[in-house]
Design a binder for this molecule. Structure first.
Ligand SMILES: Cc1cc2nc3c(=O)[nH]c(=O)nc-3n(C[C@H](O)[C@H](O)[C@H](O)COP(=O)(O)O)c2cc1C
Length: 197
């Protein structure tokens, strides 16, 4: 299945090729690829270099994988339980002085984006999932209250879309779409198109 982005301008192949599957192959992900995912996250930028990200990793069939599935919304658990690797992304909500770090989830997003791109380089895929029940994640993993449970990553080799229930099957096979660039790039005042494209 070709899910490569149809771009108007030439961008790096990794940016074109990254996409978020829901169907995953049963094949386990090699540990060296998992190591590189976390190394990629580690080198993400963050405000004041606070690096607020923490991760809980589960492999299909183990206790942590089952626990992560249990904190997802029903619609996400339905497909994510088949992902060979699930990673719960948790962020520290305070800085070194104990003051609120309002940008912690922005920083986490930088780390998860790095992971998604490194995955693409390594021929695996990541789907980010914010459809989870944070209260449940706090209970199940005994997360400290200075942290926030933000997101889960489903990681693996892409699988057969026909294994998904409808309408997910149709969505998986659909072409990836984006808003036109000219609708989102402004100049002089908000909403005034830049007319550079
Ligand atoms: C912050 C964030 C939250 C997301 N949450 C979910 C989710 O809860 N369930 C889901 O199936 N996909 C989720 N996604 C995946 C998006 O739906 C997907 O990235 C988007 O449709 C674009 O598709 P692409 O990544 O293949 O380009 C999320 C993605 C991001 C970045």
């Amino acid at each position: 299945m070709n899910k490569e982005a149809k771009t108007n301008y030439d961008i790096h192949p990794v940016l074109k090729q990254r996409w978020s599957p829901r169907a995953f192959a049963e094949k386990q992900v090699e540990l060296e690829k998992i190591h590189r995912l976390f190394e990629a996250a580690r080198w993400a930028p963050s405000n004041n270099n606070l690096q607020p990200w923490r991760f809980l990793i589960g492999f299909k069939g183990d206790e942590t994988h089952n626990k992560i599935v249990s904190v997802l919304t029903e619609a996400n658990a339905e497909w994510a339980d088949k992902a060979p690797v699930l990673i719960l992304v948790v962020g520290k909500k305070v800085n070194h002085k104990g003051d609120p770090n309002k940008l912690f989830s922005f920083d986490l997003a930088q780390a998860t984006a790095n992971m998604a791109f490194q995955a693409t380089v390594d021929g695996i895929n990541v789907r980010q999932i914010t459809g989870l029940i944070p209260r449940k994640a706090f209970e199940v993993f005994a997360i400290h209250d200075l942290y926030g449970a933000v997101c889960t990553l489903a990681v693996g080799y892409p699988g057969d879309p026909d294994t998904l229930p409808n309408p997910l099957k149709k969505q998986e096979k659909a072409e990836r779409t984006r808003n036109p660039i000219e609708d989102v790039v402004y100049t002089v005042k908000f909403g005034q198109k830049a007319n550079i494209f």
